[in-house]
Structure formats: structure tokens, C-alpha cells
Design a protein around this ligand. Structure first.
Ligand code: C2O
Ligand code: CU
Ligand code: CU
Length: 575
């Protein structure tokens, strides 16, 4: 038992500040331009203590972005931190330049302004930092926000969708605080539960059908949600959107990065009734972080894990207080949505295998490598400048995920949503029947999914796939993939007619751009060195014509210019 554990135990037993707090509901931003300021701040989690935090437009977490499918949106992200960050739109189908992965670094005092058309269906997504080796600390200190995408199909169903009235965001996190009440990332000491940044929260819910958007934004904990009276609720959507029909269940497992939309019929209770959303972690199988045993081995390893009172326990996440119904309440559960039609396996042209593997050569030896990591993807650790997989645009692929470690890993892939084909040869359970971008791969499991890599190709900027346990990701359990367009001439250059000229080449201080009339009004320009590192990046407009390159070292560079749908790349020489 160490000092952190004792502190956390005291806090959780409520010797200090135990009380119920009204659940904080993040503000919303809507429209087509979204301004996010990444800032350092403080927040009082415990009376008398200012805990240093990060937030988007505030001191902790960020506003919920409401976006309509089909809109062309611009997100201006200004980094007011003293350290670099990135913002990833988890689940979005966007070009890799706009994805906000480790390669789209936003330096302090600069603004990154991706713009793109919203192509995803109505669903719950989120945004969070994704810097190389920095994801866990930045998310834990408060950088995370929810995104609700709406579309005309979802709008036809009688579903609760009044934000903060009958449709609630629940950003669920477990955190560890050190003795100075600073948010720490000491693994397995995350003994404090919070929802939307509120510890011991309660939420007044109207006596009618209510929609909850669950997001597990914890560093590594998996939850097994249920109501305290164990009555059923209805899962209506997973990561990528609506299921074919609501799935009635009394338990729902959610690993980190996953989202689920559920309906609860509070019409069944009297006003004044209190009940809880709980995690029944005692029912989680061994090997899932949050269960009573971290590995599938009984050997006691993983320092801190067994002292954390949340592991293997059933605990409250949020108290519901049932209040009077609103005007025009939703009182029924829809019986079905649109059928889901996974790609047919016969369409797949590529079978790709990813093994979630232990780093047996690392400092950790023996069995510990299988439980505590670090972990690898196909025996390789993440490297900024390597490409692990190359996918061809518009190919349907089957990915087979195997887990040769002793712990479960939530596998996440960028760019696309996928359909689970089978888990250990069995067709997926109802909760995995819809579109997914995270899937928990348990120890010794084999999971196959099918997807199609559409719309976006880029010969040099990769997308990521990784474990969504944040310390695994930070320690290198991540790989990169390029999506390339084979209808272009090889992967070195495009042979599309380029809508602008660039001269002189070689150049020493200024490069002139000359636009053809057909170019869309705004584009993103990046200059990339031969190692694939972005050395300059700016938004260009039709009136931009001079690019100052005098600060670049002499050598060969690539200039990439992206408009909404395409990119053009040029090689040039800086004298
Ligand atoms: Cu939620 Cu690659 O991340
Ligand atoms: Cu993602
Ligand atoms: Cu992992």
C-alpha cells in the first residue's frame, strides 16, 4: 500500500469532500466554424486545492461540437499551452492532413485550421490530443471533448435529441491524483471517478425516454455499465452510428475510446426516484483493465493495480434523480432503424494481420512483458517516420487482429469505421453489430473486421492504428498506414493536372504560387523534408502568392497543397 493509494482511499471514502454534485454539462458550439483554444488552467476538484488542468475554451474538457453531416466545416485550434499538442477528431473520415494525429503538430502560440466536409453519419465522436508520447498526460489533464454529428436519416426517428434536456453527453473518466492533488498518470492508480469532470455527480432526468451518449475517455479502464436496479436499457448506436435496431440489455461493456448511445425509459419510475448508473466491474473477465485481475495470469504483478479499490468492484458512476417530464416527451423506444449492410467478404482483396504483441526484448522480463508492456504492433514500436502498412484507395480489406499478450487491448483505427466479422470465429454480439472504430481484443482472441478505404489518398501523410489504452499508445503500441491512389502514377507523384504553378525551383528565399481559376478558395500548404517531417504549414488563400522559405535549411523538400478533396505535391530544392 503506498501513499497515493491511502490518499485516494481517503478521498473516495469521503473523509474530505464527499457530496453529490450536479453533473456539469459542457457548452455546445455549432455552425460551420469552430474555434478551440487549448489552454492551461486550474480547477477545484477538492475544496481548498487548485489542481492544474488543461481545457479547450475553459478549464477542463471542452465544448461539445454539434456538426451536421454534409457541412463544410473549419476548425481553428489555437494552442495557448507552453507545449506542443495535436487535436484528433476521433472517428472522423477525413484526409490524413486533417486528422490531427501525431504528424499534425500544433506548436505553442500557433493555430491549426483544418477544413473539410463532414462525411460521417450521425453518431457520437470525440476530440483529443494525439502527440507522440504525450496523449495520456494531455487527455488526463483535461483535453477531451465530445462531438455530436447529426444527419437527416437520424432526424427522422423519434429519438431524444434536445441537448442537456433529454440527450446528455457523459464523458466518463477515472483519474489519479497525487498527494498535491495534481492529476497524475501513475498507471493503475486511477481511483477517482468523474463524469464530465464532475466527481460524485447526479443528474436530474425527466420521467420519459432519455438518451445518454457514453464516451469512455479514461486512460485505460474498461467499464461494464448497468443500472443499479439491473433493469434493461436500449443500446441504439455504437461508435459509427445507429444499429439496425435497439438492443435491449442490462449490461454494456465500454473500453477506452468507445462510444455508445443508450436510451433509458425513466417513464417507468416515479418522480423522486434515485438510481445509479454503475460499473459492474466485478463481472469483467480477467485480463481486462478494470477487472479484479489485470493479467490472465494469477501472478501478482502490475504495481498499484491491486490496491486500486475500483478494480474488480461494482461502483457508482452517476446518480439519476427522476423529475417531472418535459413538454412533448419521447415516451417510446423506436423498433428499428435502417438495416446495416456490411461489405461482403468476397469483395475483400487484401487480408492484413496485426498481432498485438509483447515487447519481450524490453527491460521488463518474463511474464511482466505480457501484462505490463510495453507492447507492440506486429513486433514493431511506433516511429514517426515509418510507414507500417500501405493500403490502396477503394480496396475492401479484412484485418485480422490477434492478441498474444495477457491483457485486453482496445484496437482503434483512424480514417474509417469497420464491421466486425467475427470474434474467435463467432459472429459478433449485438453490441458489435454496427459500425465501430474501436474493438476490445481480449487476451488470446482473434477478431476480424472488414472495411473499405474510401475517399482520401495521400502518398506521404499516414493515418494511425493503435491501442487506445493511453499509456500503451504512448509507449509505442501504434502503427501507421498510408492510403495511396493507384490510379495516379505510382506513389511518388500525382499526374493530375495541377491547378497552380510554383516557381522558381530551386529557390533561395521566396517561392511564388500562381493559381488557376479552378482552385477552391482555401487550401492548406505544407512543406515536408526528406524525412517526412512537416517543417512549415500554413493556410493559403487565393490571394496568397509568396511563400517565404528563407528560414529553411538547404536541401530537398516536398510542398504539398491540399484543397478540399485533393492534394498536389511538388518537389523543390532550397538553395
Ligand atoms: Cu482516440 Cu488515435 O485516437
Ligand atoms: Cu482516432
Ligand atoms: Cu494496449
Amino acid at each position: 500500500m503506498n501513499k497515493y493509494f491511502i490518499l485516494c482511499l481517503l478521498i473516495s471514502l469521503g473523509l474530505d469532500t464527499y457530496s453529490q454534485n450536479a453533473l456539469y454539462i459542457p457548452d455546445t458550439l455549432s455552425g460551420t466554424t469552430f474555434n478551440l483554444n487549448v489552454q492551461a488552467s486550474t480547477k477545484v476538484f477538492y475544496t481548498g486545492y487548485n489542481t492544474p488542468t488543461y481545457g479547450y475554451n475553459g478549464n477542463f474538457l471542452g465544448p461539445t461540437l454539434l456538426i451536421n453531416k454534409g457541412d463544410s466545416i473549419t476548425l481553428n485550434v489555437t494552442n495557448n499551452l507552453s507545449v506542443a499538442t495535436t487535436v484528433h477528431w476521433h472517428g472522423f473520415h477525413v484526409a490524413p492532413m486533417n486528422d490531427g494525429g501525431p504528424h499534425q503538430i500544433i506548436n505553442p502560440a500557433s493555430t491549426w485550421s483544418p477544413f473539410f466536409k463532414m462525411r460521417n453519419d450521425a453518431a457520437t465522436f470525440w476530440y483529443h490530443p494525439h502527440g507522440e508520447g504525450k496523449t495520456e498526460i494531455q487527455i488526463s489533464k483535461g483535453l477531451a471533448g465530445m462531438i455530436i454529428v447529426r444527419d437527416s436519416t437520424e432526424a427522422t426517428y423519434k429519438l431524444p435529441r434536445k441537448y442537456g434536456v433529454d440527450d446528455f453527453p457523459l464523458i466518463i473518466q477515472s483519474k489519479s491524483f497525487d498527494v498535491l492533488y495534481q492529476i497524475a498518470t501513475a498507471s493503475h492508480e486511477d481511483s477517482i471517478m468523474m463524469v464530465n469532470g464532475t466527481i460524485d455527480p447526479y443528474l436530474e432526468v425527466p420521467k420519459q425516454v432519455v438518451r445518454l451518449r457514453l464516451l469512455n475517455a479514461s486512460a485505460d479502464r474498461t467499464y461494464y455499465f448497468g443500472l443499479s436496479d439491473s433493469s434493461n436499457f436500449y443500446l441504439i448506436a455504437s461508435d459509427g452510428g445507429l444499429l439496425a435496431q435497439p438492443y435491449s440489455t442490462n449490461r454494456l461493456r465500454l473500453s477506452t475510446g468507445e462510444r455508445a448511445e443508450i436510451l433509458i425509459d425513466f417513464g417507468a419510475y416515479n418522480t423522486g426516484k434515485q438510481l445509479y448508473l454503475k460499473s459492474y466491474a466485478s463481472e469483467l473477465p480477467q485480463g481486462i483493465i478494470g477487472a479484479d485481475s489485470v493479467g490472465t495470469s494469477t501472478i501478482t504483478i502490475s504495481e498499484g493495480y491491486y490496491g486500486n479499490h475500483l478494480n474488480g468492484a461494482d461502483f457508482n458512476v452517476l446518480r439519476f434523480d427522476v423529475v417531472a417530464a418535459t413538454a412533448n416527451p419521447i415516451i417510446t423506444i423506436p423498433s428499428s432503424f435502417l438495416p446495416l449492410i456490411p461489405y461482403d467478404e468476397s469483395l475483400a482483396t487484401v487480408n492484413r494481420s496485426i498481432n498485438l504483441s509483447p515487447d519481450t526484448l524490453s527491460a521488463m522480463s518474463g511474464i511482466q512483458a505480457y501484462v505490463d508492456g510495453p507492447f507492440l504492433m506486429n513486433d514493431k514500436s511506433f516511429e514517426m517516420d515509418s510507414i507500417n502498412e500501405v493500403v490502396y484507395l477503394n480496396d475492401v480489406e479484412i484485418w485480422t487482429l490477434t492478441n498474444s499478450t495477457m491483457v485486453a487491448h482496445p484496437f482503434h483505427i483512424h480514417d474509417i469505421e469497420f464491421y466486425v466479422l467475427d470474434i474467435n470465429g463467432n459472429s459478433p454480439p449485438p453490441e458489435y453489430s454496427g459500425l465501430k472504430d474501436v474493438i476490445l481484443v481480449q487476451a488470446k482472441d482473434t477478431v476480424r473486421f472488414i472495411t473499405k478505404f474510401t475517399t482520401f489518398a495521400d502518398n506521404s501523410t499516414p493515418y494511425m492504428y493503435h491501442c487506445h489504452l493511453l499509456h500503451h499508445e504512448d509507449e509505442g503500441m501504434m502503427g501507421t498506414f498510408l492510403v495511396v491512389d493507384t490510379t495516379l502514377s505510382g506513389i511518388k507523384n500525382t499526374n493530375k493536372s495541377k491547378p497552380f504553378k510554383l516557381y522558381p525551383n530551386p529557390a533561395s528565399s521566396i517561392i511564388h504560387l500562381e493559381f488557376a481559376a479552378s482552385l477552391t478558395l482555401r487550401a492548406q500548404l505544407s512543406i515536408i523534408d526528406v524525412f517526412g517531417k512537416i517543417v512549415m504549414s500554413e493556410t493559403i488563400k487565393i490571394e496568397t502568392n509568396d511563400i517565404d522559405i528563407s528560414n529553411l535549411a538547404s536541401g530537398i523538400y516536398f510542398i504539398k497543397i491540399h484543397d478540399k478533396y485533393s492534394f498536389y505535391s511538388y518537389k523543390f530544392c532550397k538553395l
